[in-house]
Design a protein around this ligand. Structure first.
Ligand code: T3D
Length: 259
């Protein structure tokens, strides 16, 4: 039987979604793109999932689109992006539960931008990032044009995409591309620790937080304040808010159900 291109497992509310084409550094072919989108959408729907951890098998995180599947000039790239990559990035970005990317090695092209679409990034000291697109005469896709200037500022974003040089983990942390860099062997334990913590949190509220921050990037202060007021009404009616206040007053740790 062929190995699955994406492997999933759930423990303690954490759904781990592992890219699994290690021989090609997890380059995304048609099958893997479909499997990844399915896996993310399933994680988004599943009520028992309270945090998603995007990880990868082998020495690479993801080398972007599988270039062996492409025929430049013939492949309908716009359609491929609209039906697959854009949906993956939007699902990562908008699903109303936290998404962590654990970056074990090289992340290139769409592979880098998928990592940048996650909410938090924890990287091995062996990780690197390459906005590889311009090396092969393409523009950054999979959200790169939107995500990079927001993470690093416009000057650095342009440097990353025009030169398309590899950025090592330490430089990525300095630029704000990743939240933490850890020794390689600590990557999955540390990522699972973060994921476990978030999976025990007020999931509904985390979802509202993502909604608020995503919207805030596209609005003015007045609009953001109004949206905060609207969403806070919703958050204030959750069981987890009641639990949080009760726990504080009783001087005990809260036990959140995610609702
Ligand atoms: O056109 C569209 O579909 C639109 C969407 C575009 C989105 C994109 O992601 S465009 C960008 C595509 N990605 C790239 O251009 C990166 C290509 N890969 C590399 O530049 C290098 O592989 C890396 C810098 C990522 C890693 O280098 P290195 O030296 O550590 O490894 P390697 O030897 O190059 O790769 C190992 C194997 O993976 C190798 O196979 P082999 O020779 O052992 O049989 C290599 O061919 C394969 N591989 C790596 N990247 C891809 C790939 N195979 C297919 N597609 C890849 N993207």
């Amino acid at each position: 039987m062929m190995d699955k291109s994406v492997v999933t497992g759930t423990q303690g509310g954490v759904r781990t979604v592992t890219l699994n084409r290690p021989d090609v550094l997890n380059a995304i072919n048609t099958q893997m793109g479909a499997d990844l989108l399915d896996a993310l959408r399933e994680a988004e729907r599943a009520p028992e999932v309270r945090c998603v951890l995007l990880a990868a098998a082998g020495r690479g995180f993801c080398a972007g689109a599988d270039l062996r599947e492409q025929t430049p000039g013939e492949t309908k790239v716009g359609e491929l992006l609209r039906t697959r990559y854009n949906r993956i990035v939007l699902t990562l970005r908008t699903m109303e539960k936290p998404v962590i990317a654990a970056i074990n090695g090289v992340a290139a092209g769409a592979g880098a931008n998928m990592a940048f679409a996650a909410d938090l990034r924890i990287a091995s000291d062996r990780a690197s990032f390459i906005e590889a697109f311009s090396r092969i005469g393409l523009i950054p896709d999979s959200g790169g044009t939107w995500l990079l200037p927001r993470l690093t500022g416009m000057g650095r974003a342009l440097e990353l995409v025009l030169f398309a040089d590899p950025v090592d983990a330490a430089a990525a942390e300095r630029m704000g591309l990743v939240n933490r860099v850890v020794p390689h062997d600590d990557l999955m334990p540390r990522a699972l620790e973060w994921a476990g913590r978030l999976a025990a949190g007020p999931t509904r509220t985390y979802g509202l937080i993502k909604r608020a921050l995503n919207r805030a990037l596209a609005t003015d202060l007045e609009g953001a304040l109004e949206y905060e007021a609207h969403l806070q009404e919703i958050a204030s009616r959750t069981g987890d808010h009641r639990e949080g206040v009760a726990a504080f007053l009783a001087k005990r740790p809260p036990v959140y159900t995610g609702r």
